[in-house]
Design a protein around this ligand. Structure first.
Ligand SMILES: Nc1ncnc2c1ncn2[C@@H]1O[C@H](COP(=O)(O)OP(=O)(O)OP(=O)(O)O)[C@@H](O)[C@H]1O
Ligand SMILES: [Mg+2]
Length: 267
């Protein structure tokens, strides 16, 4: 599916998959504070959408509403055509603080979501082992969270979210607590997951470069009360490898374009 850089029009005419998640006219007040205003967004199935916007604009609020952990003041969320009324197995949240069980091994932590759903021991261990390998933690099945680095704990959280086989993965700045080199590796791993797993990712980040690197679609949000300012769909050939992606003229152009659009909100 490689696209020539001289034919950007081809990329623009590529069909966008149907939405796995839609937010319809979401408004959210916390008391007097209006966090989101009439926010409507479509999240195409099997793709990664990044949410980029100034601090406090309501990104976490939107993820929690999609997860069903928080009710909107008005508006609604649809997942696979059904209105969200609470949390469900179709959506998994990768928390920034990992939320691991400190007394349980990596294997048990990854299998935990499946245990909650009543899956048998052999099934959940087989699945957990598969995803532990996928996130690069093979060999650490029996380690405990305190024996892992922050980056490794984050991988356990990601493996757990993948293991429950939710169609929609909600990720709130999952890489913000790790060093730059680990972060680059995570970005590569995430992109591989996006390309290989047919899941819908909704990904919050503060890093413009990260968003352009991993995303099919980037929604730029305005300061609170947040609305959608712009939607960008990069047509970079993401199968070309990390170094080529980061040198792709379109990658560089989009990074500049987004910064131009966001810089006025940064004091
Ligand atoms: N529980 C709450 N009670 C009152 N106000 C809240 C609550 N949670 C969030 N807010 C306010 O709503 C707005 C949006 O918060 P939110 O955490 O969604 O922003 P964000 O875009 O995720 O910010 P950041 O980029 O800093 O993580 C902020 O002004 C915040 O102060
Ligand atoms: Mg946040």
């Amino acid at each position: 599916m490689a696209m020539s850089q001289t034919e950007p029009a081809v990329a623009e005419t590529q069909a966008i998959p149907e939405s796995a998640v839609s937010t319809r006219n979401i408004t959210k007040f916390y008391g007097e504070t209006e966090a989101l205003r009439d926010l409507s967004l479509e999240f195409p199935r099997g793709q990664l959408t990044s949410l980029l916007g100034p601090s406090g604009c309501g990104k976490t609020t939107l993820l929690k509403i999609i997860a069903g952990l928080l009710e909107p003041t008005s508006g609604e969320v649809e997942v696979n055509g059904k209105t969200v009324t609470g949390p469900g197995p179709d959506r998994a949240f990768v928390f920034q603080d990992f939320a691991l069980l400190p007394w349980a091994s990596v294997l048990r932590n990854v299998a935990f979501g499946l245990e909650m759903r009543g899956a048998g021991k052999s099934e959940r261990e087989a699945k957990a082992e598969h995803y532990i390998k996928q996130v690069g933690l093979a060999g650490f099945e029996n380690a405990y969270p305190h024996e892992l680095s922050g980056g490794m704990r984050q991988r356990v959280g990601l493996a757990r979210a993948l293991a429950v086989d939710s169609q929609v993965l909600l990720m709130d700045e999952p890489f913000s607590a790790v060093d730059e080199q680990t972060r680059r590796k995570f970005q590569e791993d995430l992109l591989a997951l996006v390309l290989n797993e047919n899941k819908t990712f909704i990904f919050v980040t503060h890093s413009i470069e990260e968003a352009v690197y991993v995303s099919d679609q980037i929604a730029i949000l305005l300061p609170r009360p947040s609305r959608v300012h712009e939607i960008i769909r990069p047509s970079i050939n993401r199968e070309s490898g990390a170094a080529n992606i980061r040198r792709d003229p379109e990658y560089l152009d989009i990074v500049d374009e987004i910064w131009a659009s966001l810089r006025s909100y940064v004091e």
